[in-house]
Design a binder for this molecule. Structure first.
Ligand SMILES: Cc1cc2nc3c(=O)[nH]c(=O)nc-3n(C[C@H](O)[C@H](O)[C@H](O)COP(=O)(O)O)c2cc1C
Length: 197
């Protein structure tokens, strides 16, 4: 197995050292080499640092507050709000946050036809492959990462700040790790393989 597949961990504590631009570009280059349905390459990466990141995360805080105290768009997911607050803290600590967009996607709060839903599934899988490439390349380069979907709690607030067409898929926090967590539990192969011979 490729070493980085086994050694990568979600990192939730970061040092404040900046990441060189060339390293970020190399990670995005790895993402861009991922396979994608119909080779649509349904991804765009927005690199947030410093004041721009602080402004973005203020929007995320606003959204989490609205979900908690105001008009919740995801009421059945409210159990995830405390985790989202923790994710926001981590994003503030990480020196870089990469926002991942599907430029051809639509708002998750709009209805879809069956055809559109199928395309959305394929595009989401493709973008996931790109994100995983980025995470593995980061691991290879000694950069810690956290894949983030908790942006969903502040979807409208973040979209307003992003000022970008398409669908917000999530984000990846980047930075030099300030922790060395052990492996998290995984299902046994027997639980996830079923032979149909
Ligand atoms: C699509 C996706 C979304 C995730 N969203 C978050 C998140 O918003 N906040 C967080 O702390 N971790 C998030 N994670 C990280 C997972 O919690 C983590 O991958 C899992 O617990 C396994 O740990 P490991 O990555 O160290 O192997 C996400 C992971 C994936 C793949």
């Amino acid at each position: 197995m490729i070493k980085e597949i086994a050694t990568r961990r979600s990192i939730r504590k970061y040092k404040q050292d900046e990441i060189p631009e060339a390293i970020i570009r190399q990670m995005i280059q790895a993402a861009a080499l991922a396979p994608s349905g119909k080779n649509r390459q349904p991804w765009k990466f927005l690199i947030y640092e410093k004041e721009a990141k602080a402004e973005l995360l203020a929007g995320m805080e606003k959204g989490i507050f609205r979900e908690t105290e105001g008009e919740a768009l995801l009421p059945e997911s409210a159990y995830g709000l405390s985790d989202a607050k923790n994710t926001l803290r981590i994003m503030r600590e990480a020196p870089v946050v990469v926002v991942v967009m599907n430029p051809g996607g639509s708002s998750p709060f709009e209805p879809l036809t069956n055809d559109e839903r199928m395309k959305e599934i394929v595009d989401s899988l493709s973008a996931g492959a790109a994100i995983q490439n980025m995470l593995l390349e980061a691991e290879h380069l000694g950069i810690g990462t956290l894949w983030i979907a908790n942006t969903c709690f502040a979807y409208p607030e973040l979209m307003e700040i992003l000022n970008e067409k398409g669908q917000l898929l999530g984000a990846v926090a980047l930075g030099y790790a300030n922790e060395a967590p052990g492996p998290r539990p995984r299902k046994k192969l027997e639980e996830i393989i079923e032979y149909r011979c």
